[in-house]
Write a protein that binds this ligand. Structure first.
Ligand SMILES: C[S@@+](CC[C@H](N)C(=O)[O-])C[C@H]1O[C@@H](n2cnc3c(N)ncnc32)[C@H](O)[C@@H]1O
Length: 198
């Protein structure tokens, strides 16, 4: 599995990966992590959690992935083809403000994404999905309809989903991810959070 620190890629084998995880019983995965800031902030705030940021794009990760936290790892992978090394390990997944093929797969209920997520979960895992108006508009959906579509797809895949929670510009400003800050000061500072349990 390809990991990244700064501009350097490293192939991490199963033995080394398990050694890194050895002292942690809660493993968090931030899918579509972008520049990795949310994963970094979580790892810093919760030293007892091991945090994995995953994105298909290397370039944005060059800066934040240099951080030397023992409980933080960045993996280059597509959300639709997650590394098999993650199987059965993940306690909690976050998908913050997805766009592109990650958002399309959520909207379509793509089995390559949903079965892949299913395969990496540990028992009683949870999932938080935060969806923003601009990305859904680009994909041809209103915020409310897009969220409802994704809610239905996740529900069909077996997730129990709580009441959608609105995120306004103030909430976005205080949310620890780079994209949330951009949204907060942008043209459409609206997002909706779906909290799901397995
Ligand atoms: C709008 S950015 C949000 C980044 C970050 N979550 C944040 O809050 O700052 C969406 C991210 O999703 C990633 N992405 C889109 N499709 C993906 C896929 N199929 N697999 C993995 N990452 C994907 C993009 O590369 C991009 O970094």
């Amino acid at each position: 599995m390809e990991t990244i620190r700064g501009r350097t890629s490293l192939d991490l084998d199963l033995t080394d990966f398990y050694a890194r995880l050895a002292n942690y019983n809660r493993i968090i995965l931030d899918l579509g992590t972008g520049d990795g800031k949310f994963a970094f902030c979580h790892a810093e705030s919760f030293p007892g959690h091991f945090v994995i940021g995953v994105d298909s794009c290397r370039e944005n990760l060059h800066e934040v992935s240099r951080a030397k936290l023992p409980n933080l790892l960045y993996i280059i992978a597509s959300a639709q083809n997650l590394p098999h090394e993650l199987s059965g390990l993940i306690s909690h997944i976050t998908i913050n403000f997805p766009w592109g093929s990650l958002l399309q797969s959520l909207l379509a209920g793509d089995p390559q994404l949903l079965c892949g997520l299913d395969s990496i979960l540990s028992p009683n895992a949870s999932l938080d999905v935060r969806l923003n108006g601009g990305a859904l508009a680009e994909a041809g959906w209103s915020l409310e309809d897009g969220v409802e579509q994704i809610r239905e797809r996740l529900s069909y895949a077996g997730w129990q989903i709580g009441k959608p929670v609105m995120m306004d510009s103030r909430t976005l400003k205080n949310f620890p991810s780079t994209w949330a800050k951009r949204l907060a000061f942008g043209r459409d500072p609206r997002a909706i959070e779906l909290r799901c349990t397995s």
